[in-house]
Ligand binder design. Structure first.
Ligand code: GUN
Length: 288
């Protein structure tokens, strides 16, 4: 069997189109333009690429983009003052502080200083708690994008065995909560899990977010499983170039899985599209 390829790029384009229509409707009916503020501290090259891409796509769907670039030696007080200013600004509906922050800054403190209603990343403890207790929350963008693709490819998820590999606050834990909400039987595995192949043998759904290149082997999968690969790892090639690979060994997995996301072009594009969708949601809730 060769798996169906889950085209995250095409999926994200459709979601962006829908976001753009909502934005246009909000402008016409309420005279409101949603605004997203992105804060970048320091000059991490990967973060700079992400932030540029977020700003560009925000403008493309018709929203206001506010970029705040601060030097790497910004103090916690200065960063918290900016977050507070954005919390108070009615033209800002979503706030995202790009992670990782430089080491001298306390990430949890900064994230928890964001107004939960503007926390479009869904990282604030209030949003994590609301999600875990089945209440209306801002949902983290990467797991939200994964869920949208799973729903499309696996249909009704109720009763399916889902294995999430990875226990991060950004992906693994909220992904597990979302799958529970869909009535899946959820197992959270991670880098220390024993006998992962035995656990995966029963998994109808696999979400790999462990951060280890080519970690999941095709032969471990249940035939027909839907596989979502969140990993983005760079590996050096013999010719000096680098290759982008996921946490799943795509070449062997695609021979066993029923459907699978490629890397790149799978989960990645959906994350930013979901960020735009969350910003519209935050704007609508603020003006309801
Ligand atoms: N760094 C890597 N991914 C993310 C994300 O989804 N949100 C934020 N704020 N920082 C990140």
């Amino acid at each position: 069997m060769t798996a169906r390829i889950i085209d995250g790029k095409a999926f994200a384009a459709i979601l962006r189109e829908s976001v753009a229509e909502h934005v246009s409707h909000l402008k016409k009916t309420h005279g409101i333009t949603p605004g997203l503020a992105v804060v970048l501290v320091g000059d991490d090259p990967a973060s700079q690429v992400y932030v540029r891409s977020k700003g560009k796509q925000t403008v493309e769907v018709g929203m206001h983009s506010y970029e705040h670039k601060l030097p790497a030696d910004t103090s916690e007080g200065e960063l918290l003052a900016l977050v507070e200013q954005l919390n108070m600004d009615p033209s800002v509906h979503g706030i995202l502080v790009q992670l990782p922050l430089p080491e001298h800054l306390d990430e949890a403190m900064v994230i928890n200083a964001i107004d939960p209603a503007k926390d479009v990343d869904g990282f604030h403890i209030s949003n994590a708690g609301l999600l875990a207790t089945g209440q209306k929350a801002m949902v983290p963008c990467t797991p939200l994008g994964c869920l949208m693709m799973l729903r499309e490819y696996s249909g009704n998820l109720s009763g399916l065995n889902a294995v999430v590999i990875g226990r991060s606050n950004i992906v693994g834990k909220p992904m597990a909560q979302l799958l529970l909400r869909e009535s899946c039987t959820v197992t959270v595995a991670h880098s220390r899990t024993r006998n992962l192949p035995d656990i995966l043998a029963k998994a109808d759904i696999v979400v790999a977010a462990v951060g280890q290149p080519l970690f999941v082997q095709g032969e471990w999968l249940k035939p027909g499983a839907t596989v979502i690969d969140v990993g983005i790892n760079r590996i050096d090639q013999e010719d000096g170039s680098t290759r982008l690979v996921g946490d799943v060994d795509y070449d062997t997995a695609k021979e066993v899985a029923g459907a699978i996301t490629p890397v790149p072009g799978g989960v990645g594009p959906m994350t930013i599209a979901c960020l735009l969708a969350n910003t519209v949601t935050a704007c609508c809730r603020a003006n309801a």
